[in-house]
Design a binder for this molecule. Sequence first.
Ligand code: CP
Length: 315
Amino acid sequence: MRHLLSTKDLTRDEAIALLDLSDEMAQVNERGLRKLPTLRGKTVVNLFFEDSTRTRVSFEIAAKRLSADLINFSAKGSSVSKGESLKDTAQTLAAGGVDAFVIRHGASGAPQALAERGWTDVPVINAGDGTHEHPTQGLLDAMTMRERLHGFGSTRGKALDGVKVAIVGDIAHSRVARSNLYLLKTLGAEVHLVAPPTLMPRGLGLQHYDLDETLASVKPNVVMMLRIQLERMNSAFFPSANEYSNIWGLTEERFARLSDKTVIMHPGPMNRGLEIASSVADSPQSAIVRQVANGISVRMAVLFNLISQERQIHE
Ligand code: CP
């Protein structure tokens, strides 16, 4: 693996190996000394052209836990406001010596452009591009599902064959939905997309338009609620927030009809009370906080895999 641009690029064996490595990183994160020397002397640049809390901070923690130096670049307050291009920004930052770029951009395809147009010769990690993909989110979600469904400590070498996942909400604007769909299918899961017709893109996966009917008939092992991405909407996609919540939200009533084994997930940030009730997000069935913790382990595994010459971690 030279770059991580899309979960479509991962074979089943590569995906399982990355998840196994993420589990090893999780063990490092759970001990007293949460640090490995493995990327000492390497430099990672966080290149963020769009807002982020989880992804930016977890890449920062991941790089530091592997002993790499980390440069945090945010487009706000930079020469991007004077019109500097992505190519010139990346090459300016690379002038001091860089070993990997982590890039989030509002334009779908920006990480591919950086990786494939000869603007840099170092690994590029897509940290979310427009409505296209968010591959490390897909990996951390798959890691979380493996843990919850196979049990902690029983995940090594395992895929998600036969697991039923319902991804619900704003599929049209969701890079998380796309990265999850491609990766989960590679891992053998059955993925059901549930959305209002206005928020369902054509030609993607198994599509459903009635949430209650889908939850009752599919009986998913995992329900992943997506954020309504108001910032990417330039017209009304549903009549009102109240109506959306009643028809498409994971309300307390809807949650009560699910099996008590159903795992509840959300990539964050959440609109509490809109796509998910607060009490559901905070329930014992919710893996939302664990998803965030696993984000650090997955990003450590990805940085290690792309930058280190080693194939296994050494203390
Ligand atoms: N899930 C996710 O990408 O969150 P952030 O936008 O906070 O990074």
